[in-house]
Design a protein around this ligand. Structure first.
Ligand code: GTP
Ligand code: K
Ligand code: MG
Length: 377
């Protein structure tokens, strides 16, 4: 463990010392590749990795989605949890008040969203300082991260936290790179670019693949703006998680209007004061929008739909997803579905498994066995 941490430090030092130019870019690319490998090793549980490895806290997922509250100590994570859920998590002015993961349930538009209050993390968390590793593992399992920041603290706090999450393979508000990589048994390396790349070239990819001992493979870079970091992410894809993040500045009761105004205009950012009860509803609304969940109501034949109980599914879900959500075997007897609502071209529209539903659609599933519509119950 100490060895890996030391090696990581050495490489980071070497990268800092190395000037960025055309002559050094291949070398820098290789160093980045090595760094990514070491960081993954550091997180792997097993002999030499020591203690908690990559495991999070023992809280099982529940509800329709999970949001993790991540931040430095005493930024107001527990205060926020206590505001938006019925759970009371201890709040105090000293650091590390919260020592474990505390789950709460946020009810919104018929959905139940699990909110995880987590211990504060500090610089070096990714390398195992404090409970950093556990906190980050818990964050990795979430559908969305709320990065709670203290508006009264220096601006660097956000970049510091981002770097900690980056280091363990979490990618915030990014899409997976548009690069195809397939390992093969033989045939050497075949590297293709669908349009001339701006910062990559064949030799660079070749060097890194060889360093990873990937000697036979097919690569297709579909994005002309793809970077070397993204290419390494594709090689390390089993260790990468792409998560939505909303940056939330708390304690705006204690800053100037000018400062407040500049924070509020940053991208993916919201501002609030838990103490004065300002901005909380907006934060919750933003979470709902960013989670891209939709509500679908089911209806039995001849009976009005039950609007008191929504089925919560992901954005772009199909009738097939709805069936799977209701019951594992429902698909087997599926004949067709009737849909009322914005996704239906006429009312009701008769559709197959591939039909994509939208928020507040009403769906009636007709099966071959009973010939009856099925509801959630
Ligand atoms: N001024 C101000 N203080 C706040 C606000 N929200 C929380 N606090 C205070 O900030 C301190 C820390 O709050 P906590 O909720 O314990 O912070 P935490 O992030 O959970 O802290 P740890 O669990 O130690 O990581 C407490 O003294 C709160 O009363 C706010 O909106 N404005
Ligand atoms: K605290
Ligand atoms: Mg706390």
């Amino acid at each position: 463990m100490v060895n890996i941490t030391e090696k990581i430090k050495e490489i980071e030092e070497e990268m800092k010392r190395t000037q960025k130019n055309k002559a050094t870019e291949y070398h820098l690319g290789l160093l980045k590749g090595k760094l990514a490998r070491l960081r993954a090793q550091l997180l792997e549980p097993g002999p030499g990795a020591g203690g908690a490895g990559g495991t999070g806290f023992d809280v099982s997922k529940s509800g329709d989605a999970r949001i993790a509250l991540v931040g430095f100590p005493s930024v107001g994570k527990s205060t926020f949890l206590s505001k938006v859920t019925k759970t009371k998590s201890e709040v105090a002015a000293y650091s590390f008040t919260t020592l474990t993961a505390i789950p709460g349930v946020l009810e919104y538009g018929g959905a139940e969203i699990q909110v995880l209050d987590l211990p504060g993390i500090i610089e070096g968390a990714a390398e195992g300082k404090g409970r950093g590793r556990q906190v980050i593992s818990a964050a990795k399992t979430s559908d969305m991260i709320l990065m709670i920041l203290d508006a009264t603290k220096r601006a660097e706090q956000r970049a510091l936290l981002e770097a900690e999450l980056e280091a363990v393979g979490i990618r915030l508000n990014q899409d997976p790179p548009n690069i195809y990589l397939k390992q093969k048994k033989a045939g050497g390396m075949k590297i293709t670019f669908s349009s001339p790349p701006k910062s990559l070239d064949e030799k660079m990819l070749y060097n890194i693949l060889r360093d990873y001992r990937i000697l036979n493979c097919e690569v297709l870079v579909r994005d002309e703006n793809a970077t070397i970091d993204q290419f390494i992410d594709v090689i390390m894809k089993d260790h990468r998680t792409y998560i939505k993040c909303l940056y939330v500045y708390n304690k705006i009761d204690s800053i100037s209007l000018e400062h407040l105004n500049s924070l509020a205009h940053e991208p993916n950012t919201a501002v609030m004061s838990c103490e004065l009860d300002l901005g909380i509803t907006e934060v919750v609304d933003r979470c709902w929008t960013e989670l891209h969940l939709i509500r679908v109501y089911t209806k039995r034949k001849g009976i009005d739909p039950d609007f008191s109980e929504a089925l919560i599914v992901r954005h772009n879900s199909s009738i097939e997803d709805i069936c799977d959500h209701i019951h594992r075997t429902l698909k087997e007897s599926f004949k067709y579905a009737l849909v009322w609502g914005a996704s239906a071209r006429h009312v009701p529209q008769r559709v197959g498994l591939g039909h994509v539903v939208v928020d507040e659609d009403v769906v009636s599933i007709v099966g071959s066995k009973s010939g009856l519509a099925v509801s959630t119950k």
